[in-house]
Ligand binder design. Structure first.
Ligand code: HXC
Length: 517
């Protein structure tokens, strides 16, 4: 009996050791030589020490009909759950040392199991992707397996936060699943995302292109907008994921955790009274305002390198997580274009889905004019942001600090699309368009026939500015709830968040709206 018992224990030890060995020492060394951690090392760094509990260590892959028909214990992915600062998360980490982390049937079943559990118990799911996509040897079974993951990504969307981290060359389904999730992290010089890799590109289009140029961090962090965060290496990337999780609730029924950063709620910043330059055409950095008002000057910016004319990100006010959307006058004068509208629209929808109050800091001269933007669909992209702010039912606040012109004023969380509380600084200019454009349209004949057209234009601009380009008319109408002193902004926002805390808002019954995607 004893001997049998020991044999069973030894069998388990042997099977587990085989699974832990995965692709073997040589492939693990190659992974390290490429500047990458192994799938297990990544999990250890992501989670609190010793908190990882693994599932399906012994699950076997089915092997393939062609090529490498061997089946591997664990099938190239490590799955389970553990803690981030004491809060439970589910995780999967693909192992590139096993058939390039490619996704076969068993591999996918393991991922689906933790995704299902994450939704059932209401905890975030974090995927560490390092995979060549559908496992070619498993044919249609691998494609079917990806379909199961996509299905779960969509079902989990808006229910639990889904975070994807790209930690190697990822192709095919290994990028489409992350694309459906809420946030995509990438690692500089070792992670790439493409629908098909450079080899396939060469075969199909005869083009020579490097992985970096096809889908590196520069491409996805600043051109395509696919990546929300980029990091210098695996270690820093995993640290950033932990940081993000701290801003988020575990699911759509909960609130984000409160964190007291010991920053007085009534702290004022007199320097803000001098932030806006006297010349309305002069730029300034919106980050000065952002970092001044947030608790502990801590801000986690989302997509910092993409559409830099709008700033989106998470911070805290009075300990509470808020989602911040701010025009950036230092880039393209803070204008709204296709990329900025898409970036902010998606961010607003995430916050709304996960009970995170929204604050807009407004200094927007309008939508970007011109054929490039019109042909690129500024109408439908701009409509995304308009739709997103309008449908959001979380507490919503806006502060107009300078320009708020035309359609862009309406879109940026104005009272007219049912923002809850709207403030303006005395420097705000709220009007249909800027003084120059307006004077040229409504006084064209007078200006043309004047002895000194330039002097006449200036006179009309001054007249227009005095009448319309200030916050007082809007305040008289009640479209602005108060014109506040810039130095008081932090305190006023925190008090407003407190009063909006019990907000309840429900729209009409429907299956879902039809956002202009
Ligand atoms: C099976 C794969 C694989 C795959 C890589 N490997 N991708 N095995 N299926 N999809 C294996 C390789 O054969 C190799 O095995 C090992 O993984 C490491 O790959 P290398 O090519 O040596 O590594 P590297 O040079 O770093 O290149 C990585 C790569 C490249 C860029 C990912 O392997 C590649 O282009 N793979 C194909 C990517 C692709 O086009 N996938 C699309 C699948 S379709 P050995 O034994 O030599 O170590 C798909 C559809 C889903 O996913 C649905 C989408 C909507």
């Amino acid at each position: 009996m004893d001997a049998e018992y020991h044999t069973t224990i030894e069998t388990l030890e042997k099977l587990r050791a085989e699974s832990m060995d995965a692709g073997g020492t040589q492939k693990r060394d190659a992974q390290h030589r490429g500047g990458k951690l192994t799938a297990r090392e990544r999990i250890e760094l992501l989670l609190d020490d010793g908190s990882f509990e693994e599932f399906d260590v012994l699950k076997l892959g089915r092997g393939g009909a062609i090529g490498d028909a061997k089946s591997y214990p664990g099938d190239g992915v490590i799955t389970g759950h553990g803690n981030i600062d004491g809060r439970e998360v589910f995780v999967f980490s693909q192992d590139f040392t096993v058939v390039g982390g490619s996704l076969g049937e068993a591999h996918a079943q393991k991922i689906c199991k933790v995704m299902d559990l994450a939704v059932k118990v209401g905890n975030p799911i974090i995927g560490l992707n390092d995979s060549g996509g559908a496992r070619i040897q498993e044919g249609v079974d691998a494609l079917a397996a990806y379909g199961e993951i996509f299905h779960r990504n969509v079902r989990a969307s808006g229910v639990v936060p889904q975070i994807s981290c790209i930690m190697g060359p990822c192709a095919g389904g290994a990028v489409y699943s992350p694309a459906i999730t809420d946030f995509v992290f990438m690692v500089r010089d070792s992670s790439y995302m493409f629908v098909t890799g450079p080899t396939v590109v060469k075969t199909v289009t005869h083009q020579d292109i490097t992985s970096e140029d096809l889908g590196g961090t520069n491409v996805h962090g600043s051109v395509s907008g696919v990546a929300h965060f980029t990091a210098q290496n695996d270690v820093l990337c995993l640290r950033d994921i932990r940081r993000l999780i701290n801003y988020l609730p575990s699911n759509n029924r909960q609130r984000a955790p409160l964190l007291d950063l010991r920053d007085p709620t009534d702290r004022i910043d007199p320097a803000l009274d001098y932030l806006i330059p006297e010349n309305p055409n002069q730029t300034y950095d919106m980050n000065v305002l952002i970092y001044s008002i947030l608790d502990g000057a801590e801000f986690m910016e989302v997509q910092p390198g993409f559409a830099r004319n709008i700033v989106c990100g998470f911070g805290r006010l009075g300990g509470q997580t808020i989602g911040l959307v701010a025009n950036q006058p230092a880039v393209l004068a803070g204008v709204l274009d296709t990329n900025a509208s898409f970036k902010a629209g998606r961010f607003v929808r995430f916050c709304d889905a996960f009970n995170i109050p929204l604050i807009a800091l407004v200094d927007v001269p309008g939508f970007m004019p011109g054929p490039d933007q019109e042909h690129g669909g500024i109408i439908r992209h701009g409509a995304k942001l308009l739709y997103a702010f309008t449908e959001a039912t979380v507490p919503r606040i806006a502060v107009i600090v300078r320009k708020a012109y035309g359609g862009a004023y309406l879109v940026m969380n104005s009272k007219h699309i049912h923002c809850d509380v709207n403030y303006a600084w005395p420097t705000a200019e709220i009007a249909v368009m800027g003084p120059k454009g307006a004077a040229e349209v409504i006084h064209r004949r007078e200006i043309q026939s004047a002895e000194d057209p330039e002097a006449m234009l200036n006179e009309k601009m001054t007249q227009y500015r005095n009448t319309f380009a200030n916050p007082f008319l809007a305040a008289q109408r009640g479209y602005i709830d108060d014109v506040i002193f810039p130095r008081d902004t932090r305190h006023r926002l925190i008090r407003t968040l407190q009063v909006l805390d019990g907000k309840e808002s429900k729209g009409p019954e429907r299956k879902h709206g039809n956002i202009p995607l």
